[in-house]
Write a protein that binds this ligand. Structure first.
Ligand SMILES: Cc1cc2nc3c(=O)[nH]c(=O)nc-3n(C[C@H](O)[C@H](O)[C@H](O)COP(=O)(O)O)c2cc1C
Length: 257
């Protein structure tokens, strides 16, 4: 058995791309990407998701603003694909057939997230395998998709990816070593020494910041990468406000939590 093929090569070479050429994606390419998404496994083969393709210039700008307005690559990408949990379509089918709709519980919401993200990641893998660049956008979870896309009840945001022809070739970004992430048969709780050793690759990112950047961080009391991540990048205020908006989205979509 060969442990090397085009799929594995593509996966092992993944890097997020945030600069795109001003070039559209050909319709047959987009169709292939979407078909790759729909071929993904889904719970009960019910495909509890929808994919919203955003390629209109104005809509891309609106989407970029809705995602916080600080990520220009969303508007610059040839296409953005928003994956949403969709129990609305299922509800209509069930009710037309005199079945009973009860897919508005937490479990069906979370299963819908699986379905949506697995389909979206199939699209990412297919896109990268043919040389397209991709970048996920986490802020999408807090976007008011009812206002932005006119989604009905029982539809909630799951994931967003921007896709286009790359205009940059970023370096491979570091990953934790296998031993940091993989457990065998039961969870092995880490000692402090292990954490220090396993996170060395992340702690070393400090050196990759510019001298000027590091100086600025130190002046604001930020002395290492963990402090940068939690006190400057993903601040508690940001996490709390994004969470509140996400929960609002779920409630507005009438899911029972
Ligand atoms: C769930 C998720 C949300 C993400 N959100 C963003 C985002 O909002 N903006 C962004 O520039 N990158 C985003 N990314 C990309 C990550 O920053 C990126 O995957 C990570 O830094 C590792 O870099 P790499 O993908 O190039 O290896 C996201 C990735 C994931 C999986």
């Amino acid at each position: 058995m060969s442990l090397k093929n085009a799929v594995i090569d593509s996966l092992l070479n993944h890097r997020s791309v945030r600069r795109f050429k001003d070039e559209p994606i050909e319709p047959e390419v987009l169709e292939m990407l979407l078909k790759s998404g729909l071929r993904a496994a889904s719970a009960g083969n019910l495909q509890s998701y929808s994919l919203i393709v955003v390629d209109d210039r104005e809509k891309k700008e609106e989407l970029s603003r809705a995602c916080g307005g600080h990520q220009d690559f969303i508007a610059d990408a040839a296409v953005n694909i928003a994956a949403v949990v969709d129990q609305f379509r299922f509800k209509k089918w069930v009710e037309l057939n005199k079945g009973h709709f009860h897919a508005d519980y937490a479990i069906t919401l979370f299963i819908g997230f699986w379905d949506a993200i697995i389909a979206l990641h199939n699209i990412v893998v297919a896109a990268e395998s043919i040389g397209l660049g991709t970048c996920y956008v986490g802020n999408f979870l807090s976007v008011d998709i009812q206002s932005l896309f006119g989604t009905p009840d029982y539809v909630a945001p799951a994931g967003l990816v921007s896709i286009g022809y790359p205009d940059e070739e970023p370096e491979l970004r570091p990953r934790l070593p296998l031993e940091a992430v993989v457990h065998r048969n039961s969870y092995r709780v880490y000692s402090d020494e292990e954490i220090r050793s396993l996170y060395r690759v992340m702690d070393d990112r400090w050196k990759s910041f510019s001298e000027e950047g590091r100086k600025r961080f130190v002046e604001s009391g930020v002395l290492n990468v963990a402090q940068y991540v939690t006190l400057m990048h993903y601040t508690e205020e940001f996490i709390r406000s994004e969470s509140e908006k996400l929960l609002q989205n779920i409630k507005k979509a009438k899911f029972k939590l």
